[in-house]
Design a protein around this ligand. Sequence first.
Ligand SMILES: NC(=O)c1ccc[n+]([C@@H]2O[C@H](COP(=O)([O-])OP(=O)(O)OC[C@H]3O[C@@H](n4cnc5c(N)ncnc54)[C@H](OP(=O)(O)O)[C@@H]3O)[C@@H](O)[C@H]2O)c1
Length: 274
Amino acid sequence: MAPSAFSVSSPCTPLPMIALAMITSGMEDVEMGEITNSRILIVGGSSGMGLALAKRCLAAGAQVTIAGRNEETLARVGEELRSPAAFQTVAVDIAKESQVSDLFKRIGDLDHIVSTAADIEGAYELLPSLDLRAAQRVVESKFYGPLLLAKYGAPALSASGSMTFTSGIAAYRPSARGSVVAAVNAALEGLVRALAVELAPIRVNAVSPGWVDTPIWAFVAGDKKDDTLKAIAERLPVGRVGQPDDIADAIGFLMGNGFTTGTVLHVEGGHRLI
Ligand SMILES: NC(=O)c1ccc[n+]([C@@H]2O[C@H](COP(=O)([O-])OP(=O)(O)OC[C@H]3O[C@@H](n4cnc5c(N)ncnc54)[C@H](OP(=O)(O)O)[C@@H]3O)[C@@H](O)[C@H]2O)c1
């Protein structure tokens, strides 16, 4: 693999896990059970929900590795989050088996693996406009990526560890143009249930977000993003769309709750009710 496709910016020293922490760090008070001093890999941690989770985990005293493909983005986010003893960035494409394999050779033991990664560029289209390669990138980033993270990451996890992957409301309330994303989310949820059995006692769960205000909307709605999110906010029982912190909070629960596995946690403001 070319060096540019994979780089670790700083070393990460494992620390023991301790229990519940209440954190306040310029955000709302957040309970992050069982993650203080945990070693956490967040694929997709350079944007949106993954970035919100990384901020929370760092504020709670965890050791955090964020991963994504774009090294410039990782460097920028690394500057923003700088916390040298507890933080590193890794450039990796989880669609590439060799890169995932190398990732786990290099980052050492972990307590939790999270993926919020999704490459949906060009895939949110009506069928006549749908490019098969764009559809395949959704499958690679949201299904094969988690599968590879499980294959190579499970041996790195402690017995009390967890994996959390990210499906989405499209599996339950698909819209026209969303066929590929809907199908991949549903497939991922099936994968999560099977992995929870195969990898036990490691816990494997999914969070299923509703509509959340993140950069991914550039690929879904382009310059209609604000109007689109406003329209759904007016219809949702909670009267607003999600924020990345809403999903980070739910992932924190899934990481910390030792009796939850094979579960899909819906965090969607009541979207499945309308
Ligand atoms: N936002 C919503 O309304 C919504 C609704 C339902 C479900 N979801 C799901 O929630 C998850 C998080 O979404 P988000 O809105 O936070 O997305 P986002 O802001 O676009 O972030 C996606 C992240 O994934 C990384 N990524 C993409 N492909 C990758 C790959 N092959 N390997 C490694 N990293 C990769 C991106 O970095 P690079 O591009 O640098 O690789 C980026 O850090 C996704 O699974 C999405 O489908 C979102």
